[in-house]
Design a binder for this molecule. Structure first.
Ligand code: RNT
Ligand code: ZN
Length: 422
């Protein structure tokens, strides 16, 4: 139920923050300078539009749930993304996977990918003023079925995947050129094994060689930002992951590419937030895959957890937002997919807002004075400051539902669109 006088709540929140030296209005401007890249793959359980219609993502990632209403065509997926956009305030990008091309029912294998297969998306991007990011797809394919791609023992399989990623990078560069903003291209491979091979070094040496071959083609930095993503374990890769985080940290630092940090790809007791300032001095930049790990799954719908809040605070504190790309990565087919998408986006946006509203000067003063008590007390007080009034104001200005109106908006789309899909 909307408040009778939302203006009052916003103005009193501004006053409350001003006392702490925080400019609430400025925090909204900061939010508007920080795009969130929405991942296309929440809309159809990482299915994609290849004619083979790979249902199972395989490759160590798994989607569960059979909620009706899944997008079946590029047009349906675009309609759903547009609906998500009406539910989500702030600037957005769209992150596409290579298997989501407009292939027009034709079989186009991964080593035959062309920018033209993404013409429909590029038109959409221009019309919607939503820049694109891109991902090579190295799973859901017969040549990935035995669990290895770029590190495969067979040189022919490796060559196939190297060719795919080379082409994916060219697609990304074409997108970046068309949109006048570099397209972030991420590489994640599923390579690994249920039990440990003895020759782990061999797999890593081959991955290194494949990556170096891929990046030998120099593409302009104003068209493409390259990123590489490690992982801890996956389904079927419980004991060995070729592209571990150590591997990619070293790779990103020495080859000068971005490191992708996925919140679900670390030990549960490891602080992802703490990695930001540890890694930034050594890599050109970071791509974040904002996700939520739950036990063995690394891709639950993002919610406003302490981990997410802490991560966003560290991003803002770093003062390096220009070197950080913020992307979402989760998938859930067990609840309304559009709603799941929007929940994660809104929670991520809220965490960023709360971070921009942190009373930094007062906290730093306590830090410098060595006053641990005052710092802890202030951090605790910060958690319950009236930031939800600021969030409501942000939503109102963007013309999207505030909390309290959001659920009904999702249900309306379910009734009028999703429920009518076969
Ligand atoms: C998998 C990685 C990867 C994927 C997407 C679909 O564990 O997180 O980023 O989720 O490429
Ligand atoms: Zn990821």
């Amino acid at each position: 139920m909307p408040l009778s006088n939302p203006r009052e709540a916003w103005e009193s929140a501004c006053e409350r923050y001003a006392v702490l030296g925080v400019d609430a209005e400025g925090s909204l401007a900061n939010l508007d300078a920080m795009p969130i890249s929405i991942h296309c793959w929440q809309g159809d359980d990482v299915g994609g539009f290849e004619s083979a219609g790979a249902e199972l993502s395989g490759g160590g990632i798994q989607v569960t749930g059979n909620q009706p209403g899944k997008a079946r065509t590029p047009d349906e997926l675009r309609a759903d993304i547009e609906e998500v956009a009406t539910l989500c305030p702030g600037p957005k990008r769209l992150s596409l996977h290579a298997c989501y091309g407009d292939f027009g029912g034709k079989k186009v294998d991964r080593d035959a990918l062309e920018p033209a297969h993404f013409g429909g998306w590029m038109d959409w991007s221009r019309a919607r003023k939503t820049p694109l990011d891109f991902n090579a797809t190295l799973f859901s394919h017969p040549l990935a079925a035995d669990g290895y791609t770029l590190s495969h023992r067979d040189p022919k399989v490796r060559a196939f995947w190297v060719e795919h990623v080379e082409r994916a990078r060219r697609v990304a560069a074409a997108m970046g050129r068309a949109q006048g903003s570099p397209c972030v291209h991420n590489i994640w491979i599923p390579d690994g094994a249920k039990d440990s091979p003895v020759d782990r070094a061999g797999f890593r040496a081959r991955l290194l060689e494949s990556l170096d071959a891929i990046f030998a083609e120099r593409l302009p930095a104003f068209e493409i930002v390259d990123a590489v993503e490690g992982k801890l374990f996956g389904i079927g890769s419980e004991s060995f992951v070729v592209g571990s985080n150590d591997f990619y940290l070293g790779y990103a630092a020495t080859r000068r590419v971005f490191l992708t940090i996925d919140m679900g790809h670390f030990h549960p007791t490891e602080s992802v937030a703490d990695k930001i300032c540890a890694v930034l001095p050594f890599v050109p930049g970071l791509l974040l895959h904002v996700s939520r790990g739950v036990r063995w799954d690394s891709d639950h719908v993002v919610t406003l957890t302490d981990e997410l809040s802490e991560l966003c605070r560290e991003l803002v504190r770093s003062g390096q937002l220009g070197r950080i790309h913020f992307g979402l990565d989760y998938f859930d087919g067990s609840i309304n997919r559009v709603g799941a998408w929007a929940i994660g986006y809104r929670s991520a946006r809220k965490a960023l807002l709360a971070a921009f509203l942190e009373p930094r000067a007062a906290l730093l003063a306590a830090d410098e004075a060595g006053d641990g008590f005052a710092r802890l007390a202030l951090l605790e007080e910060t958690k319950v400051l009236p930031w939800s009034a600021v969030w409501d104001e942000y939503c109102r200005r963007a013309g999207v539902p505030i909390d309290g109106e959001f659920i009904a908006a999702v249900k309306a789309y379910e009734r009028t669109v999703l429920a009518k899909r076969g």
